[in-house]
Design a protein around this ligand. Sequence first.
Ligand code: PLP
Length: 458
Amino acid sequence: MLTNDQLNQWDREHFLHASTHFAQHARGESATRIVTTADGVHIEDRDGNRFLDAFAGLYCVNVGYGRTEIAEAIAKQAHELAYYHSYVGHGTEASITLAHMVAERAPAHMNRVYFGLSGSDANETNVKLVWYYWNVKGRPEKRKIISRWRGYHGSGLVTGSLTGLTPFHAKFGLPMAEVVHTEAPYYFRRPRRDMSEAEFTAHCAAELEALIEREGADNIGAFIGEPILGTGGIVPPPAGYWEAIQPILKKHDILLIADEVVTGFGRLGTMMGSTHYGITPDIITIAKGLTSAYAPLSGSIVSDGVFKVLEEGTDKFGPFGHGWTYSAHPIGAAAGVANLKLVDDLGLVQNSRETGAYFQNALRERLGSHRFVGDVRGEGLMAAVELQRDPDAGTDFDAADKTTAQVVGAMAKHGVIARAMPQGEIIGFAPPLCITPAEVDKVADVTAQALEDVTGAL
Ligand code: PLP
């Protein structure tokens, strides 16, 4: 086995990490964590530290770590057939079975799945599906996609544009001209403090209408949104939001893409987040929970209505010119089949609903009235605690103090991993769906303790 020193040296000299301060990392100024093993909700690092992972990796290891059922399914698939492609009608037993299983779990009007590898590439596929759809319908000018500020949809070219977080745009020359952003459904950060939730929902709807008016409905192909904002701060929508938004999209012939990369397969306590919020999408993006990240796989689930147009298009113009070498990769598909079976067998959607409700309460109880907590929010097993310098006055901490990063660092010292969300002073939680009430108690206790560790002297 390599020594820690050797790994550290190679890491600094050769490995460009995702979303990392390259210069600090190369100089050895930032922390590294080399993860070696994991089981259930716990991970262990090379220094022998054991952590309760209350963010499930990147909200993706939904069934928990160390599931031999999935490891064995992957090994069996690799032995029998490590790879075959899905071009021009090719497939494998695993990919066909998984498509069927996904359709069974999707809303009833959605029955076809296009498989990719990541949430980002699935959303790239979705934008091409939208553009193709409107071309077939004879309306090629319907190209613009509406996204929301604080939405997260990936970090490719069009998906990084869809993402409504400035670090994903700045210095890359994004967003692309085809992408326009509307108001984030973020009640805690509403424009006026005296706005009721209903008034804020009406405000979001009015902003959307105004944007459509400015851009012209004839130029807009689709709207994309996560049922609950994820990376943008883990923000459930205000009451009535989706009920207000959907008729506007319908009225203007704008397709709806529900990005369920995080919410798909149980995170909110329902199989799909769309069902949870009464959303009727034309396309759903899935990834993370599809395989619980045991292998990379994503998908675009298309409605029967969209599929009819795709059929018509290919009858007119020939094969759909889009695909990746690894689309529907059999190892990912085998992982997906075993994973979705486990979600059912272990009753994880129900656990997400029940232990999720318990977790939301535990966080509110332990942190709701803390002097530096502005908001505690969430749904199912997705939650956030937003910190403020003075919640009564609505003043924020100075970003340069990195208060949340310090709290999350202190939590790790107490053996719990949470995520300092990328924009704002927000501690994020999205543990594996198999977490127990005793474990969520520990997460809430450690959060309260770490907050005191960092802010006790302020
Ligand atoms: N969509 C949502 C809602 C996500 O949260 C993410 C990743 O966190 C993505 C898309 C992009 O997925 P990936 O990182 O697999 O490309």
